[in-house]
Design a protein around this ligand. Structure first.
Ligand code: PLP
Length: 369
């Protein structure tokens, strides 16, 4: 089996798993309780928060634990808007994940105004475009999950601030894979999810420069400074901190390895003379390869690869009558005869050069038939 869908999720790191086990077995105390049995749990929670904060140059009080990237995104979009009047305006890029777009739709349904910022053929936002946008919150993803394009977040954030807006970035695909320094970027909010950087599923966090700007998202107990109630998921929080620290320490090493895998795969495909385009900007998430094969069906390619033991993803989905091209491929203006034949191969640190070769061989065989 070759797993090449690391943008969908990643394998749990062994060190993260081992760090989690004591909290799943013996140290099951509730971090909110004052007795000594809970002391080690409370300490683990504090240390995990400190570790995560130091990975992105934040302060521990600025890290708010959530259940996933989707929750962090919802909190940033809806938590802020709903604590303001209906005149609060949001601007997001056209290629955001549905964890951003769908909360925006909900806001529109109840009367809020949302602007959608277009992208160019590589998925990049034009800075000038954002200069004319008058909104209260701008949200642009750090890196796109489908095509890997990395946005100029620092510049976008500066322009948003010059226009008096707050800035949020969905860094779910970027964190642990790219160096992120929230102080240097000056972002106000940032979303993250552990299972995209070899941490466990069902845990994430929202960085908030000033947490007081957020309205409570889940109401109940006093956890997360009263902003997000619910007994803390200590094992997962600890696993997330170990996985993030490890990935952040290995960013350069992993980047070189992933670039090797990309070159191997693409070199084989170009040599075979296949008719395809690679989507996304030159500056993209290492290992994220979106390919569109002319006059093919992405879903058919996915199933053929699956039969050969290879897991990848597609940029289009078949319903009963049509092939639906993703909103991202539409936004970059990819011609339909290419867009329908899109697959996304996303390598992770555990993939090997032999696996990259095997995927290329499989594609050459399928396309050649
Ligand atoms: N944002 C982006 C860019 C993503 O790629 C994903 C997941 O694919 C999410 C948000 C949602 O994250 P989660 O699966 O942790 O809810």
């Amino acid at each position: 089996m070759i797993y090449a869908d690391n943008a969908a999720t990643t394998k749990l790191d062994d060190d993260a798993l081992n760090a989690m086990l004591p909290f799943l077995r013996d140290q099951y105390g509730n971090a909110s309780q004052p007795y000594s049995f809970s002391r080690s749990v409370k300490k683990a929670l504090k240390e995990a928060r400190e570790t995560i904060a130091s990975c992105i140059s934040a302060n521990p009080e600025q890290i708010l634990f959530t259940s996933c990237g989707t929750e962090s995104d919802n909190w940033a979009i809806k938590g802020l808007a709903l604590s303001h009047s209906i005149s609060w305006k949001v601007a997001v890029s056209e290629i955001e994940h549905h964890a951003i777009l769908n909360p925006c739709k909900q806001l529109e349904e109840i009367g809020y105004k949302v602007d959608y910022i277009p992208v160019d053929k590589n998925g990049l936002i034009d800075l000038q475009c954002t200069e004319n946008i008058k909104s209260d919150l701008v949200s642009v993803m750090f890196a796109n999950n489908e095509i890997g394009t990395i946005q100029p977040i620092k510049d976008l954030c500066r322009v948003a601030h010059e226009n008096g807006a707050l800035f949020h970035t969905d860094a779910v695909q970027a964190i642990g894979h790219l160096k992120i320094d929230v102080q240097d970027l000056d972002v106000d909010f940032l979303s993250a999810s552990a299972h995209k950087f070899n941490g466990p599923k069902g845990i994430g966090f929202l960085y908030a420069k000033n947490p007081n700007l957020l309205s409570p998202f889940i109401c109940g107990g006093a956890q997360e400074y009263g902003l997000r109630a619910g007994t803390e998921n200590i094992a997962s929080i600890v696993g997330m901190s170990v996985a993030l620290k490890k990935n952040c320490e290995e960013i350069e090493k992993n980047k070189c390895h992933l670039q090797d895998l990309e070159h191997t795969l693409l070199h084989e495909l170009y040599n075979a003379g296949l008719n395809f385009v690679r989507n996304g900007a030159e500056n993209h998430i290492p290992g994220n390869i979106s390919l569109s094969f002319k006059d093919f069906e992405g879903e058919a390619l996915l199933h053929r690869l699956d039969l050969m033991g290879i897991s990848v993803s597609t940029g289009s989905a078949c319903d009963s009558k049509n092939i639906q091209v993703s909103h991202v491929l539409k936004a970059i203006g990819l011609p339909e005869n290419y867009a329908k034949g899109t697959i996304r191969i996303t390598f992770g640190k555990n993939n090997t050069v032999d696996e990259a070769m095997a995927i290329a061989d499989a594609l050459i065989k399928i396309i050649g038939e």
